[in-house]
Unconditional design. Structure first.
Lengths: 79, 149, 149, 79
């Protein structure tokens, strides 16, 4: 089975990566951290980065499902 | 309960009046707590020309609804309104409005403060300050914001 | 800083906008905290027709100025507006407005709450509730108003 | 020397005494509590009563001066 994952980036992270999203396909289930590594080969996860799956916060070791939307972004600064 | 993301400038006083008339029964509420965050023209020692506010459409609304729901579980909230600006913002424009209606004052103060603190730490918004032509900076993190002594 | 005793109904949203325009410099303030106490049509299980609010002219203003002064000493308050109704009041009419302008949110929340709590415990106002023709009662004391658990 | 003291009453206390003020003259200095006793012979000070002199809160043992305005009132209920 092939899993399709959308990966999104926001704010300063989006600018430093120079793109706002990736569409990935995997043959096995991965953690959020492994999704980052596949999408950004060789780039370590920046410190203080936050992650969400399907618009809920998750920790980096949670497992990603087929068709999930994974997002990475820096600490929020709204309000 | 109403959550709005606004891509254009909004008048917080008008919004809160209009919402109060449409959603609250006259005579029902005894306390209204309103917090408004407004863009200043200086920050951390630098003059600010403007600001770009980015957000995560879908997740931002979802998190704000969750936060207001948490407040409703903890305090006797009759109704709440949250509005947050996104896009290009000029100094003196409102950024955020949190309004809470309750029967008694304690619930109004506590719930509005809870919503603001949770919004600051969990709602996916990001501010980029424009210091001048070609000179901009992303804010790194929100501060806790209270005297602790 | 402005303290007003109003013998007639006031529009809190209009008052706060007008004061903000006249007293605050655009771009200077980042946080505004507004609390409004409104007359409910029920209290302690009884329907309320109206209310008479008595005060001590001179002492009330003096105590309110002292309270706002204390808030200004404890927090970085740019400006503050306090309006309190007196006389005959109908349900759904605003009774009290406390508005505080600061640079940062913590000072606005803390100072407005301080002013409201001090006003409730020290400003000489007394409420008599009108339950019906020939049926009225003086309120005995204000409650602390916050969940303590 | 004769001291002139104005005494004021508010709210439920004013209603139960059936008057809003007294004008008193004394030949010697008195405490706030003694002012009450002179103005309301035989009536004990109600529990929880508050007192002010010249529009500042005072305790019942403070001394009153010539031309002071003394006020008695129940706990406040504004806001």
């Amino acid at each position: 089975m092939i899993m399709s994952i959308k990966v999104r980036y926001f704010a300063s992270l989006k600018e430093s990566l120079d793109r706002s999203e990736d569409e990935l396909a995997f043959g096995k289930s991965l953690t959020v951290r492994e999704v980052w590594q596949c999408a950004n080969a060789g780039k370590p996860l920046p410190a203080h980065i936050l992650a969400a799956v399907n618009m809920d916060y998750v920790d980096l070791d949670s497992i990603v499902q087929d068709n999930d939307e994974v997002a990475f972004f820096p600490p929020v600064t709204g309000g | 309960m109403s959550i709005k993301i606004s891509a254009t400038a909004f008048d917080p006083w008008q919004e809160v009046q209009t919402y109060q008339k449409s959603a609250l029964r006259a005579g029902q509420f005894g306390a209204t707590s309103v917090f408004i965050g407004t863009m200043r023209d200086f920050n951390d020692g630098a003059a600010i020309q403007g600001m770009i506010l980015e957000y995560y459409p879908g997740m931002t609304e979802k998190q704000l609804e969750k936060i207001v729901g948490e407040a409703q579980q903890q305090w006797a909230v009759l109704d709440a309104l949250v509005i947050h600006r996104v896009g290009a913002i000029l100094p003196n424009e409102p950024i955020v409005l949190v309004a809470v209606w309750t029967a008694h004052r304690g619930d109004a103060f506590d719930a509005s403060r809870y919503i603001m603190e949770a919004l600051k730490s969990r709602a996916p918004f990001w501010k980029k300050e424009l210091l001048g032509p070609e000179d901009e900076r992303w804010l790194v993190a929100n501060t806790q914001g209270y005297k602790t002594d």
